[in-house]
Write a protein that binds this ligand. Structure first.
Ligand code: TLP
Length: 339
């Protein structure tokens, strides 16, 4: 199978498995797992934040950030196609009791003027704005890199109104590798960040949230409340360290493969998308002569797995398990199916 469903399907490397087998562990709820502590210190340093905390998943990391920054009855500004709004099963409403304020972005980026317009005035009828969430790269927009200057502009507005900014940076390393902008420049315009070890970086499990010390202290309580205190989880954190130390630069290969796929699909009749909008490892296309289910099923019959992006698109995500040859095969298969 050529698995292009996601970069979450990546397998731990031999070096990761060795590090996992040899990991020194302890009870992390007591802060006593040396491997987790090392991963957290490394992450905080790489993010340019005071403190970092290991969490089981990107979703839990984002939700802990929302829970920590907000209180029930307040409003959170986020992009209408963002993961926190679109793909987390309304968790922020269920757990944090916030009201989401989704704004339509352009290629995943919300204009700062629009964000400022959406910030609530101090009025008894209105929910106070408690948080602004950004996402980079932006998944549903097609793995697009949100330009640094757009993030800086939103951060400037947020600071003026004293509102924290949380970045869903599940794929922030993809953004950095593709744009050449250091991760720390992106995180400098955020209060907190969540990033995933278990996507293109290849670790089997886990995400990190990072931010100011008092924020992480409170976030630690939320992680415990949600059942995310993982005891001897140094076993999995060990793979996260290998991911950060050795797997970042190779994301460029995933981007090259996505570029190859985008260029190969661009000329085909029966597919609608703009190849110039492919920035990283995600290619999202809209079939125009058949349904998304049909395209997905036909690809699967030929051994190629993709995901359907409701309501009308199909997503290909390059990852370390697929190579150039697999991409060529995928282009040929799509060509045959559409012919
Ligand atoms: N996204 C998954 C699906 O849920 C769509 C994927 O395969 O891409 N933020 C962003 C931007 C994400 O894309 C994801 C995963 C998450 C957060 C959640 O991470 P996990 O799966 O670790 O909870």
């Amino acid at each position: 199978m050529i698995d292009l469903r996601s970069d979450t399907i990546t397998m731990p490397t031999v070096a990761m498995r060795k590090a996992m087998a040899e990991a020194e562990v302890g009870d992390d709820v007591y802060g006593a797992d040396p491997t987790i502590n090392r991963l957290q210190e490394l992450s905080a340093e790489m993010m340019g934040k005071e403190v970092a905390m290991f969490v089981p998943s990107g979703t839990m990391g984002n939700q802990i950030a929302v829970l920590t920054h907000t209180r029930p009855g307040t409003e959170v500004i986020l992009e209408a196609d963002s993961h926190i709004y679109y793909y987390e099963a309304a968790a922020a409403s269920v757990f944090a009791g916030i009201q989401p304020r989704p704004l339509a972005g352009r290629r995943g980026s919300m204009p700062a003027e629009l964000v400022e317009w959406a910030i609530r005035q101090d009025d008894i009828h209105l929910p106070p704005t408690s948080l602004i969430c950004l996402e980079n790269t932006h998944n549903r927009a097609g793995g697009t890199v949100v330009p640094l200057k757009d993030m800086q502009a939103v951060y400037e507005v947020a600071n003026r109104y004293k509102i924290p900014v949380h970045l869903d940076g599940a794929r922030i390393f993809n953004a950095s590798v593709a744009s050449g902008v250091p991760v720390k420049d992106y995180t400098a315009c955020t209060t907190s960040i969540q990033f995933c070890l278990s996507k293109g970086l290849g670790a089997p499990v886990g995400s990190i949230i990072a931010g100011p010390a008092d924020f992480i202290e409170e976030a630690r309580r939320w992680r415990k409340r949600l059942g995310g205190g993982m005891r001897q989880a140094g076993i999995i954190a060990a793979a996260g360290i290998v991911a950060l130390e050795t797997m970042v630069d190779r994301l460029a290969e995933d981007h090259e493969n996505a570029r190859l796929l985008a260029d190969g699909l661009a000329s085909l009749k029966g597919i609608d998308f703009n190849p110039d909008e492919v920035d990283t490892n995600i290619v999202i296309v809209k079939p125009t002569t058949m349904s998304i289910e049909q395209l997905g099923d036909e690809l699967e019959k030929r051994g190629i797995l993709t995901v359907v992006i409701e309501p009308d698109r199909v997503r290909f995500t390059t990852n370390k398990e697929v190579n150039r040859d697999d991409i060529e095969k995928t282009i040929t298969a799509v060509k045959e199916i559409l012919a």
